[in-house]
Design a protein around this ligand. Sequence first.
Ligand code: NAD
Length: 317
Amino acid sequence: MELREMGGTGLRVSAVGFGASPLGNVFGDVPRDAARAAVRRALDLGVNFFDTSPYYGGTVSESVLGDCLRHAAVPRDQVVVATKCGRYKDEGFDFSAARVARSVDESLARLGLDYVDILHAHDIEFTSLDQIVNETVPALRKIKESGKARFIGITGLPLSIYPYVLDRAPLGSVDVILSYCHYGINDTSLVDLLPYLKSKGVGVITASPLAMGLLTDNGPPDWHPAPEHLKSACRAAAEHCSKKGKSITKLAMQYSLMNNEISTVLVGMNSSKQVEENVAAALELSTSGIDEELLHEVEAILEPVKNMTWPSGIQQA
Ligand code: NAD
C-alpha cells in the first residue's frame, strides 16, 4: 500500500484510510468478529490510518476500534489513529475549551490509548467559527502540548470553513484538515482549495469517496442528507456500471485516490471483503490506471448534479 506524507506532520499514511464510522453501526449493525476481521485485514494489507469520533454510534465506534486494535496486537507506532471532539450524539455540539479537554480523555479511555495521532474539532460549521479560532484551536494546541494528541485538525462539510479558520489562527497551529464528500466523481469542489491548503502547509484528508454510500450498489442509508435529484443520479450511475459488469465503488475509490495532493482517502468499511476490494482498487490503479471509458460514461450521467451538495451547519455571519 502506497504511503503518503501528511502535510508537514512527518506522518506517513496509507493512501487508503480506514473510516471507522461503520464500526459505530451507522450504516447497519456490524458483528464484533466482522469488525475485528476488517481491522486485522486492513493492517495486513498495509492500511495504517484509522479515523473515528465519539459521535459515531454515540461512542460505539471509538470503543469498537479500540477493541479491534488491541485484538490485532498492533504496535502503537505502526498505526496512525485520529479521533475528534466537539460533536456528540446525545449532547449535540460543544467546542468549549473545557469540553474539548474532557473529550480527549474520554476518547483515550474508550480507545485504550495514551495518545491519538490526530485530534480534530468535528464539524465546526455547527458553531461560530470565531469560537473555533479563539477558543477551540488554542485548547487543542494545549492538548497537543500535553502529548495526548500529536497533531490537531478541523473537519466539516462547507469548504469555506477552512480559509476562514486558517486565515485567522496562527500559521502552523492547525496541522491537518478533513474534508468529506467534496473529492469524488460527483463532487470535485475540493480541488480548487488544494493550492491554498498547500500554501498553509496543512495535510489534506478527504473522506467519503463513495459519497457516504451514494456510489455503491446498495445505495445510501436512510439518513443520507443528499437531495433526491443527487441520489437518483448516483443510483443511475451505479446501475450503469452494474449492467456493464463493473463496480461503481471501485471506480469511485480509484477516482479519489488519483490525486497525490491528498494525503489519504478515508473510506468507511465494515468487513474484510470491503477492505480487500478497496485495497485492490488502489493497487489496480497503480498498475493499470483507471477505466477511462467507464469514468467518462459515469461522469456524463452525473454531469447534471456535478458538485451538488446539501446545507450543513449554522449560517455564519
Ligand atoms: P464512504 O463514502 O466511505 O461510504 C461508506 C459506505 O460504503 C459504508 O456503507 C460502507 O460499508 C460502504 N462500502 C465501503 N467499501 C465498500 C465496497 N468495497 N463495496 C460496497 N460498499 C462499500 O462514507 P463514510 O464512511 O461516511 O466516510 C468515510 C470515513 O470518513 C468515515 O467512516 C469517517 O471516519 C470519516 N468521515 C468524517 C467526517 C467528518 O469528520 N465530518 C464526515 C464523513 C466521513
